[in-house]
Design a protein around this ligand. Structure first.
Ligand code: AMP
Ligand code: GLY
Length: 423
């Protein structure tokens, strides 16, 4: 089989490494891929948002199966376009991808179908939003741009002044472009967060191993929000009891709601959950695999990933028996100094001999034979072990063997999870 993977980050590297294990796979193309992915797939210089070129390439190369991984092309309708020229895909159609593409759509869906989420109001007029804030006395409050914003569209305002400035930046100054034409203002909730990626074909939903992301740039959840500085799986807060409750109150109702709205979701549906005192609530949906959640979940998958993806596309997921390994996995991201703000690119990456971690490349590029940095998040260093403690220690031991100018990592990935396990 010839497989095409759209995207070029750590998540795509993890997907490609998994797909490569399927014995029927002869060739994998990555569009655009990156310097590290080039060791596992043929990288093609087509960007993930260049839908026409992606479709043209897939047709010319007679691709047997396409995997569209990032949010942008999914929300832009890449799967619809590929399907229209007869290419089977893993990923939701444009109307289904709106579950991530529009926070207003997602919130209204949850309200209509009684799926637990934070209370909210929607505004498409800045003045109305500002007068709402004027009357609101509950802080912190959460302000979200409606559309995609590179994972940065959520502002937690600790007082009225910050809320006013957030609304002005999003709605008047166009901080997130058209993604901020509408906003959601919602109730601030508290509790541990859990990421649950799931496979679904619109009939059946199979949650994968749970995980925990670390979104802030610095130790102790300080600093700016990032795409994710590290992950662990499974998430100790996500007990069997919580899982059962989520299945009944969130996962199945979401799949049914999407069907009722004529937006059957096929692909990976990501549930970003918060376990509050009143029970689990949905903080966000993503229409795709999470990054860097994928880097700790897929290494633990025992069942063949491509077989599952094809079953999802053909709506026979119910026939699959999907299994994960016991034990834990930890991924520590090595980022460029300054990320998530401005940072240097083109720094030479040095690897010591004897690295035994799985290293997924997020922002790397080949310059001749030299591997250099090309993004904010550069590498994801992942280690599996029998216990969470060993996985964390293993990942940090391996991080020490990799260096480049300005490299930094959080030093507390998994610390909160370990604490939860012990208490
Ligand atoms: P999102 O991009 O929607 O995942 O939001 C980014 C992060 O903001 C989440 O992972 C939470 O930590 C935080 N967040 C979002 N919504 C809320 C909320 N209603 N209450 C508290 N924290 C929130
Ligand atoms: N790690 C969070 C996300 O992929 O959106």
């Amino acid at each position: 089989m010839k497989v095409m993977v759209v995207g070029g980050g750590g998540r795509e590297h993890a997907i490609i490494k998994s797909v490569k294990k399927n014995p029927t796979v002869e060739k994998i193309y990555a569009l655009p891929g990156n310097g590290g992915i080039a060791s596992d797939a043929e990288c093609v210089n087509i960007g993930a948002k260049e839908i026409d070129k992606i479709v043209e390439f897939a047709k010319n190369e007679k691709i047997d199966f396409a995997i569209v991984a990032p949010d942008d092309p999914l929300v832009m309708g890449a799967v619809d376009e590929l399907n229209s020229v007869g290419i089977p895909c893993f990923g939701p159609t444009k109307v289904a991808a709106q579950i991530e593409g529009s926070k207003v759509f997602a919130k209204d869906l949850m309200k209509k179908y009684g799926i637990p989420t934070a209370d909210y109001e929607v505004f498409s007029d800045a003045q109305q939003a500002l007068s709402y804030i004027e009357k609101n006395e509950k802080y912190p409050t959460v302000i979200k741009a409606d559309g995609l914003a590179l994972g940065k569209g959520v502002i937690i305002a600790k007082d009225k002044e910050e809320a006013v400035s957030a609304v002005k930046s999003i709605m008047e100054d166009g901080m997130f472009g058209a993604s901020g034409n509408s906003i959601v203002i919602e109730e601030f909730l508290e509790g541990p967060e859990v990421s649950v990626l799931s496979f679904t074909d619109g009939n059946t939903v199979v949650p994968m191993l749970s995980s925990m992301d670390h979104k802030r740039a610095l130790d102790g959840d300080k600093g700016l929000n990032t795409g994710g500085m590290g992950t662990i799986a499974p998430n100790p807060y996500y007990t069997d009891e919580v899982a059962k409750e989520c299945m009944e109150k969130i996962f199945l109702p979401t799949i049914e709601a999407m069907n009722k709205e004529g937006r059957r979701f096929k692909g990976c549906l990501y549930f970003g959950l918060m376990l509050t005192k009143k029970g689990p609530v949905v903080i966000e949906y993503n229409c795709r695999f999470g990054d860097p959640e994928t880097q700790v979940v897929l290494p633990m998958l025992k069942t063949d990933l491509l077989d599952i993806m094809m079953a999802v596309n053909e709506e026979r997921l119910a026939d699959m028996n999907i299994e994960f390994e016991d034990g834990s996995c930890c991924c520590v991201i090595i980022a460029s100094g300054g990320y998530p703000e401005s940072y240097k690119k083109g720094c030479k990456i040095r690897f010591e001999d004897g690295i035994c971690a799985e290293v997924y490349h997020a922002g790397t590029k080949k310059e001749g034979d030299t591997l250099v940095t090309s993004g904010g998040r550069v590498l994801g260093v992942c280690v599996k072990a029998e216990s969470l403690e060993q996985a964390i220690k293993g990942a940090y031991d391996e991080v020490k063997k990799i260096s480049f100018d300005g490299a930094f990592s959080r030093s507390d990935i998994g610390a909160k999870a370990l604490e939860a396990k012990r208490s």
